[in-house]
Design a protein around this ligand. Structure first.
Ligand code: GDP
Length: 357
C-alpha cells in the first residue's frame, strides 16, 4: 500500500521518520512521502524528513505545552498552509494518507484529528490516524488529552490504528530507551503492513494486496496490529505448526493494543519465502484467528520475502468495544476529573465511543 505520512507533534515526527527510514532501508518503497508538522521548532530540528512549523504567530515556535485545545486551534487556523505543503506530495499513486501522532501531548493530540478531517474533505483516499496512547505511568494530563483525542480521531479518521506505549516497551527500559524500542517496533510492524500490499515477487492469488488492507479497515473505529516470527524449515510441509504458532504468538502476546482480541474484521499476513509457506498452515491459522476474534471477516494472504524466517502480521479492526479501551477511557476520565477538567461526565465513557460507529 503506497502511503504518504504526516507526523504531527514530537512523537508524530519521530515515528514518521522512523517509518520512512525503515521503508527506505528495506527497499520497500511503500512510503511515497513524509512530512513532519509541529508548533515546536526544536522538535523539528532533530528530523531529517521535510518539516513545516505552524502557529508561530501564537506560540513563537515554542510548542503548545500539552494544551491540546490550542494544538487543535492552531491546526485549524493553519490547515490551508499544511495542505499547501502537502500539495504535490499526495499524488494519485498514493493509496492512503496516514497521520501519525502521540495522543497524550498537545500539538499531535489536538492537531492530528483536525488534520485528518481536513484531508478527508479534500482527498478521495482513506485517511488513517496512527495514534500513540500514553503508558500507564504517564501523568494525568497525558491521559486526559489522549481520552479526548482518541474519540475525535476515531470519529474523523477512516480508521484509528492505536499503539499503547506500554505494549512493546521492555520492563527495564528508561523512558527514552522505551520510546526508541516502541518506535522501532511500530516502524517494523506498520512498515511491513504497508509493504505487504506492494509485493511484486511471486505475485499470485494468495498474495495480499492493498485493497485487502483497505477493506479490513473499512468498518472504521479502532484498529490494532501485532507481529511475531520464527525460524522456518526449508520444507513447507514442516511449517504448518510454525505458521499457527507464530500466529498465536502475534495475536495473544504482541498486539499494539494488548488484550483486545474481539474484532469486527481482521487481516492475517504470513510473510516468508514462498517455497517455505504452507497453504494448509496459512488456512489453519486464518481459521484460528476467526475463532479467537469472533469475526467472520478474516482476510488472509502471503507476503513473499526472501527470508529463512516465517512471520505473522495481524491487523484487527473494530476493537473499540474491548475491555482494554473501556479501561483506558476510565483512566482518562479519572485523570480529567482530577484535573478539574471535564464538565460532561459521559465524555470519556466507551458507550459514547460505541455510539460513534
Ligand atoms: P506534542 O509534540 O505536543 O504533540 O506532544 P508529544 O508528541 O511529545 O506527545 C506526548 C505523548 O507522546 C506522550 O504520551 C509520550 O509518551 C508520547 N511520546 C513522545 N515521544 C515519543 C516517542 O518518540 N515514541 C513514542 N512511542 N511515544 C512518544
Amino acid at each position: 500500500m503506497k502511503v504518504v505520512l504526516i507526523g504531527v507533534g514530537q512523537a508524530g515526527g519521530k515515528v514518521t521518520q522512523s517509518l520512512a527510514q525503515f521503508d527506505y532501508d528495506m527497499g520497500f518503497d511503500a512510503v511515497r512521502g513524509a512530512l513532519a508538522v509541529n508548533t515546536a521548532r526544536a522538535d523539528l530540528q532533530n528530523l531529517d524528513i521535510d518539516t513545516a512549523l505552524i502557529g508561530q504567530d501564537r506560540v513563537k515556535g515554542h510548542g503548545v505545552g500539552g494544551d491540546n485545545e490550542l494544538g487543535a486551534q492552531i491546526m485549524q487556523e493553519n490547515a490551508t498552509e499544511v495542505l499547501d505543503e502537502l500539495d504535490g506530495r499526495i499524488t494519485t499513486e498514493a493509496e492512503a494518507i496516514v497521520v501519525v501522532a502521540g495522543l497524550g501531548g498537545g500539538t499531535g493530540s489536538g492537531g492530528a484529528p483536525m488534520l485528518a478531517r481536513e484531508l478527508k474533505r479534500i482527498y478521495e483516499k482513506p485517511v488513517y490516524v496512527l495514534g500513540i496512547l500514553p503508558g500507564r505511568d504517564e501523568g494525568g494530563l497525558y491521559q486526559a488529552n489522549a481520552g479526548r483525542s482518541l474519540k475525535t480521531a476515531a470519529r474523523e479518521a477512516d480508521s484509528l490504528l492505536l499503539v499503547d506505549n506500554d505494549a512493546w516497551r521492555g520492563s527495564g527500559d528508561s523512558v527514552a530507551a522505551g520510546f526508541e524500542r516502541v518506535n522501532d517496533a511500530i516502524s517494523q510492524r506498520v512498515g511491513l503492513l504497508f509493504a505487504s500490499g506492494e509485493a511484486v515477487e511471486g505475485v499470485g492469488e494468495s498474495v495480499v494486496d492493498s485493497s485487502e488492507i483497505i477493506n479490513t479497515l473499512r468498518g472504521g473505529g479502532i484498529a490494532s496490529i501485532g507481529y511475531a516470527s520464527a525460524e522456518a524449515s526449508e520444507d513447507a510441509g514442516e511449517n504448518v505448526n510454525t505458521i499457527t504458532s507464530v500466529t498465536r504468538k502475534a495475536l495473544l502476546t504482541s498486539m499494539s493494543l494488548p488484550n483486545a482480541v474481539k474484532a469486527d474484521s481482521a487481516l492475517l499476513v504470513v510473510a516468508g519465502d514462498p517455497e517455505r509457506l504452507s497453504r494448509k498452515g496459512v488456512e489453519r491459522a486464518r481459521r484460528w484467528v476467526e475463532d479467537q476474534t469472533g469475526s467472520m471477516e478474516v482476510r488472509g494472504g502471503d507476503f513473499p520475502l526472501g527470508s529463512d524466517k516465517i512471520a505473522s502480521l495481524i491487523v484487527l479492526s473494530g476493537v473499540e468495544r474491548s475491555e482494554r479501551v473501556d479501561e483506558f477511557m476510565k483512566r482518562a476520565r479519572e485523570a480529567a476529573d482530577s484535573q478539574g477538567g471535564t464538565t460532561d461526565p459521559d465524555e470519556f465513557t466507551n458507550d459514547k465511543l460505541d455510539g460513534l460507529f
